[in-house]
Design a protein around this ligand. Structure first.
Ligand SMILES: C[S@@+](CC[C@H](N)C(=O)[O-])C[C@H]1O[C@@H](n2cnc3c(N)ncnc32)[C@H](O)[C@@H]1O
Ligand code: SF4
Length: 451
């Protein structure tokens, strides 16, 4: 890819796990009761829900990490935290009035495997007791290869979990030292093999390019090692350098230790080529999957969806996020929980659903949300149907003319598609549709770079 295109389009931009993106949520549209009404509206249309459960604790801080986590070695935090999550679930059930049907559960973090297997078992059994689920319910979790034990895997497999994603990042010792995450290949190999032996049918690895001191050779070595294990899915993330997010621990290295934009792009292209040669198919942005994995099947069936967890196979059912900082999505609205563990637990103890900010979508937001979702999931969108048209569309298309001239988008009478050359710039294309961002003064400090 030409470095001219990179320098032209490499600007800070959202990853579009939602529209509007979190920094452009309009708090004026939001209140706890407006959020509850939006969820009830969605629930009346469809009783199916996805559950995201945020388990924030980690024993040790990785200095690259952009997730909401709490570092502690005290495992006495587990029980009170689980009690709060269960109480929060009760608050939602009381509000909804009827039993939901759980379509999907994802345990994220932080490190879900920080929790003892029997505590996870208790948490999940209690959650399931008050809802319906069936054999199609998809259960998945994020595991740390250093502390996911056979016992964790067995307990979760017995509960019906079939998908795990492991944080790998990079195998170079120098990079691992810089990011404060020592994790030899044998740990990942054990965790991967044990998951498969226990009955997990989809094992994912997260790999990051653009980490401090990382070189192209490190990417080649990391992917060579990954190929020995052939995970079913790979998230190949661009390192999001967002050190201004308070307390995220990204200050453990200097900016000058990070590879530049051209080097990063070369790492991505090298990695992508190696993965494709090994039989992986690129899915949307950041993701690769084997043809046997359900994520690939979702692309084929045009059912791929994107939400705060990234790409998923689940439909557009409402997502309820339980736990500190978790984000919920009713399609008509978003809400985020309190970010401090203490405040979260205090509010729950008072019987309050602990949302502190969010956004209720208006008609125009809903139309644009659909376009951005299609662009991110299918690399195309159209405005054939009258309900897909919005007043500012002609201006959006004018904004995309330059990208068209650069061969990054192509237009037809009633829609646009993103060719292979434009794929790395999908976030830039979504930005042309992002009226919420354009309406406000862009704050470039909010996002990582698009390329
Ligand atoms: C919650 S962690 C996964 C589970 C477990 N805590 C672990 O680290 O193994 C989620 C994933 O987000 C990705 N991630 C975290 N911070 C990131 C950043 N700043 N840029 C890109 N990816 C990041 C990492 O690949 C990480 O594996
Ligand atoms: S990468 Fe995972 S283990 Fe490391 S601090 Fe972030 S959430 Fe915790």
């Amino acid at each position: 890819m030409s470095s001219n295109l990179i320098s032209k389009y490499n600007v800070p931009g959202p990853r579009y796990t939602s529209y509007p993106t979190v920094p452009y949520w309009d708090d004026n549209t939001f209140s706890a009761s407006a959020w509850e009404n939006s969820l009830k509206r969605s629930f009346q249309e469809n009783r199916e829900i996805s559950l995201y459960i945020h388990l924030p604790f980690c024993e040790s801080l990785c200095t690259f990490c952009g997730c909401n986590k709490r570092i502690t070695k005290k495992h006495s935090v587990e029980t009170p935290y689980i009690e709060s999550v269960l109480r929060e679930w009760d608050l939602y059930l009381e509000m909804l009035g009827e039993k939901p049907i759980i379509r999907e559960v994802h345990l994220g973090g932080g490190t879900p495997t920080f929790f003892a297997p029997e505590n996870l078992k208790f948490l999940l059994n209690m959650l399931f007791r008050k809802a319906e689920r069936d054999c199609n319910t998809e259960l998945s979790f994020e595991g740390h290869p250093n502390n996911t034990t056979k016992e964790h895997l067995k307990v979760l497999a017995d509960l019906g979990f079939r998908r795990v994603s492991y944080g790998v990042q990079d195998y170079s010792e120098k990079v691992q030292k810089a990011i404060h995450r020592i994790q030899p290949f044998k740990n990942v190999k054990n965790a991967t093999e044990q998951a498969r032996e226990t009955g997990f049918t989809s094992v994912g690895h997260d790999i990051i390019f653009g980490l401090p001191f990382q070189t192209k050779e490190d990417i080649i070595d990391t992917i060579e090692k990954t190929k020995q294990l052939m995970p079913d899915r790979i998230a190949f993330y661009s390192y999001a350098h967002v050190p201004w997010i308070k307390g995220n621990g990204q200050r453990g290295f200097k900016d000058s230790d990070l590879p530049g934009a051209d080097e990063k792009r070369e790492m991505y292209e090298t990695g992508k080529k190696m993965l494709e040669e090994a039989g992986y198919i690129e899915i949307g942005m950041d993701h690769f999957a084997l043809k046997t994995d359900s994520l690939y099947k979702a692309v084929e069936d045009k059912t791929l969806h994107r939400n705060f967890m990234g790409y998923t196979t689940s439909s557009g059912a409402s997502m309820i996020g339980l736990g500190v900082s978790a984000i919920s999505d009713s399609w008509y609205g978003f809400a985020q929980n309190e970010k401090s563990v203490e405040t979260y637990q205090e509010l729950i103890a008072e019987g309050i659903i602990p949302v502190f900010r969010g956004h209720i979508l208006n008609e125009e937001d809903l139309v644009i949300r659909k376009h951005i979702l299609k662009l991110m999931c299918r690399l195309e969108t159209s405005w054939v149907a009258p309900e897909d048209y919005f007043e500012e569309l002609p201006e959006v298309l004018i904004k995309l003319r330059e990208m068209e001239a650069d061969g990054l988008v192509s237009f037809s009478e009633k829609g646009l598609t993103i060719p292979e050359k434009g794929r790395p710039f999908v976030r830039n294309i979504c930005m042309a549709f992002d009226l919420r961002m354009q309406a406000q003064k862009p704050n470039t400090q909010l996002f990582s770079m698009t390329v």
